[in-house]
Every structure is written in C-alpha cells, then in structure tokens.
Design a protein around this ligand. Structure first.
Ligand SMILES: [Zn+2]
Length: 475
C-alpha cells in the first residue's frame, strides 16, 4: 500500500429489498481495508451506494404498488444506514438515480466509447434478476441458472459494444496481473471465459422495455442505457467524473473493486473493455469474495432465512457481527452463517479470549492502584505479518495473529504471577501488560473499532479500573 491514496469500492447493490447479511459481509470487508489504510495515514476513499436504474427495481416497485423512485428512496436509506448499524465508514453513498451527479459522467463515458458502439436488431433471452442475456445452452430447463426463473424473449433494436475487439488485450492485462484478480481461482475463471471467445454485447434497451427508467443514451431519447453500463460507471461518477474533474483525477484508478463472485464477468471483462475503449486507466485490482449461506441454505425469501444485519446487531452488538464475518469466512471462500456457530465463536473468542484478558488485566491494575499517567507507553504499529495479511484481504489470518497475541499475554500472566511479586518487581510486569493490551487494541482498530476505542479509553485512566465485561457470555 503506497502513501499516495487508496480508493476502494464495494459493489453497488440493487436496492429492491433491505440489505441482508450477504452484503454486510462485503461492507465489513471493505470497511476494514479503508480503516486500515486511514490508520496508516493514507488518504482513503471508500465508495458504496445504490444501483437504482435496474428493471428489477421497476418490477419490485410495481409489485409493491409504489413509484420506482419511492422504492429506491426507501431501500437506499436502509443501505446507507449500515454506516451506523455496522460502523461502515464509507466516504460517500452514491445513488445512480441522481441525474445531476450521475448522468453527465456516464453519458460522457458512452461518448468516449462511441467508436466501439453500433446499433443492430437483436433477439435474446433475458433474466431481469441477473440483468443479463443468456444463451440457450447456459439455461437449465429453460430457466436462469442463478434464479431458477423463466427468462424473457427480447426482440428489439439496441446499441452494442464491440467487446470482441478487446479479447486479446484483456487476456494479456489479466494474465500479467496488470489488472489483478484475486483469488487465483477467479482469475482462472475469467481467463477461461475470455478463452471461449468474447461476443459483442447489448448496452441499451428501448425506453418501453426500460419503462422510462434509467439513463438516456446520448443523442437517442428512445433508448436507455443497459443498467450495467451505467452501474459500473458509478465507480467513476462516485468520485466526480463528469462533474468534478479535479476530484476524479485525485482518486481514479481504483486500487480495489471489492465484489461477490456472481458479478465477476461484468467487472473483469465488460468494465475494463469499456474503460479501454474510453481511454481511461483500469482499476488496479478486483478482489472477489464468496457467497454466504444461512443455516446451510442460499439466502432467499422463499426459504425464509433472510437475515438482516440490524437484527443481529441489536441482539449481539456491532463488533461481534463484524468479528464473525471477518473471522469465520476466509476471504474468497463461501461461508455459512448460523446462530449456533455465531454464538460458539462469540463465546470462545470474544467473551473468553479478548474480553476475559481485558478484564483480568484491568483488575490487576485496579488492585495495584495504578495511575495511567505513570505508565511508560511504547509506540504502536502494525507488525509486517499483520500488514501482509490485511493487505491481501486475509482477514481471518490477521485475526489469528491478534488472537495468538492475546494467548501470549495470558501465558505471560501465568508465568509472571503478578499477584505474588513484590512492589518493586510488579511495576515492570504491569507496564508490560498495559502496553500489550494497547497493542492489541491498536491492531483491532480496523476490525472492531468500537471495542478498540473502549479498551483504549479504559486504559488511558486516570486510574485504570475494571469495568463491565466487553462481551458478556451468551448462555
Ligand atoms: Zn437470473
């Protein structure tokens, strides 16, 4: 991570329903990277927002009997509220229905790519859920492989983008890691997709099919941009493209696009091709996380296992939810959330591990009537192992390092037996303990910001006292 700047984006979710724990996973991962980078003193920008111009939103609004704008306003707010619910420290929550902030930039992008854009009549099988055309043999029993729903036969004249033209260039950029895709498995998947041959793809739809919702194609009021063309453009318009060139120049290219595996093709193939066509620099890397299931099942309304982060946070607190998502689901892998597993991890690592150590040490300091001001403090910084783990988004490994440290401090106490030593010797032991605890709080800051702050406050005195347990045991 260089000292210059760090621009990271989460995917920009459709806001046709309230956020569930699957998006919370991505939000928390992005948040750790942003907080870590800020803690290192790097100028940082974390972008998230709402992808509002999709047909999905139009359909959800029709079903709910409200206007599309009203539906977007309602759910966009719920996504934006993750700031306080999860301590999701985004710099900007961008909404693509904003004509003022979004349209000028994506229309500019379209015009710059115009040499690769052409119009042709087209017939295809479309899944509104995916906002994607499928070929017949990609379908399973004639249905969308992702949603298991019927696809629509669409027949109209649309604008197309010459994706095929960029096939070999994309392959080279990805192979050489100039556009880095992590993990390796996802990189291979993209290369495999490109190797099958890239086809030009439709980037607009008729105003009628779009129901008048979305960004107008420049110079053709009868066509609306394909939602992915405008949604990917949020990564540019969200930092001022088309409205604030100075801001845009400061932040682009993105250091990391953080996404789920389901939208890899759009980010690793369509998006860089559009940027190449427009003559804009490519993002540096795309990090791809897996899917989260709940109690072993795909998260879905029909299964009835949709878990909302606010409900968990109300019951267990913010940091335990963050901890579970970061610790129990190694980046890039699929993972499962269940209350049973959650409570098991909570009790073992938070109530017993961290919480127990903090209360043990603070009691020792209280008994010995220690003035916080009399303790000589060491300078705190991240260890190279921890930095390496975080910078590669290996959050579970990073947390393992911190918990090894927690265990080491416990062992230190067992070895030194401070309750048995004389006045003179105990000062050194207590000073060591305060510094070790503060080191742990420092390392935890990107992961568990609230807990880190509580510990730091507790140990900054004036007297260091024991307080209520940080994480009461769940029975
Ligand atoms: Zn689908």
């Amino acid at each position: 991570m260089n000292k210059g700047k760090f621009y990271i984006t989460t995917a920009i979710p459709y806001v046709n329903a309230a956020p569930h724990i699957g998006f919370a996973l991505e939000a928390v991962q992005g948040d750790v990277m942003a907080r870590y980078s800020r803690q290192k003193g790097v100028d940082t920008y974390l972008l998230t927002g709402a992808d509002e111009n999709s047909l999905k939103n139009v359909k959800a609004a029709e079903e709910a009997g409200v206007s599309t704008q009203h539906l977007c306003d309602t759910y966009a707010k719920e996504f934006a509220d993750l700031k306080s619910i999860l301590n999701f420290s985004y710099n900007y929550f961008f909404r693509s229905s904003s004509k003022k902030n979004h349209w000028p930039g994506v229309q500019k992008l379209w015009k710059l790519a115009e040499k690769d854009i052409f119009k042709k009549p087209y017939k295809g099988l479309y899944c509104v859920g995916c906002e994607l055309f499928y070929t017949k043999n990609e379908l399973i029993d004639g249905k969308c492989p992702e949603h298991k729903t019927k696809v629509e036969l669409v027949s109209e004249e649309n604008y197309f983008f010459k994706l095929s033209k960029y096939e070999s260039q994309l392959k080279e950029l990805i192979k050489s890691d100039e556009l880095k895709i992590v993990p390796q498995e996802r990189k291979n998947e993209v290369l495999g997709f490109i190797n099958q041959g890239l086809e030009d793809f439709s980037i607009s739809r008729s105003v009628k099919r779009a129901k008048g919702w979305g960004v107008e194609v420049p110079g053709d009021s009868k066509q609306i941009m394909y939602v992915w063309f405008d949604a990917l453009g949020i990564y540019l318009t969200g930092i001022g493209y088309g409205t604030d060139e100075k801001k845009f120049k400061k932040w682009w290219p993105a250091n990391i696009h953080l996404i789920g595996k389901g939208i890899l093709r759009f980010h690793a193939v369509y998006w860089p091709a559009i940027l190449l066509s427009a003559g804009l620099p490519l993002p540096k890397s795309i990090y791809v996380h897996g899917y989260l299931t709940v109690e072993g099942e795909k998260i879905s309304k029909s299964v009835g296992n949709v878990t909302h982060p606010n409900e968990l946070v109300d019951k267990y607190g913010r940091d335990p939810v963050r901890y579970f998502l970061l610790k129990d689901i190694p980046f890039g892998n699929d993972g499962d959330f269940s209350i049973e597993r959650f409570e098991e991890v909570y009790n073992a690592d938070l109530a017993n591990g961290l919480g127990n150590l903090v209360s043990r040490v603070s009691k020792l300091l209280e008994i010995n009537n220690v003035d916080a001001g009399s303790i000589k403090r060491t300078t705190k910084k991240f260890s190279p192992e921890l930095e390496h783990a975080i910078e590669n988004l290996k959050f579970n490994e990073a947390l393992n390092f911190i918990w090894e440290n927690i265990r080491a401090v416990d062992l230190y106490i067992e070895k030194e037996r401070p309750w048995e030593i004389s006045d003179l010797g105990i000062k050194v032991v207590l000073e060591t303990l305060v510094n070790r605890i503060e080191e742990i709080a420092f390392d935890l800051k990107p992961f568990l910001p609230e807990t880190s702050e509580k510990i730091t406050k507790q140990f900054s005195g004036p007297k260091i006292k024991s307080e209520k347990p940080l994480f009461p045991r769940i029975k």
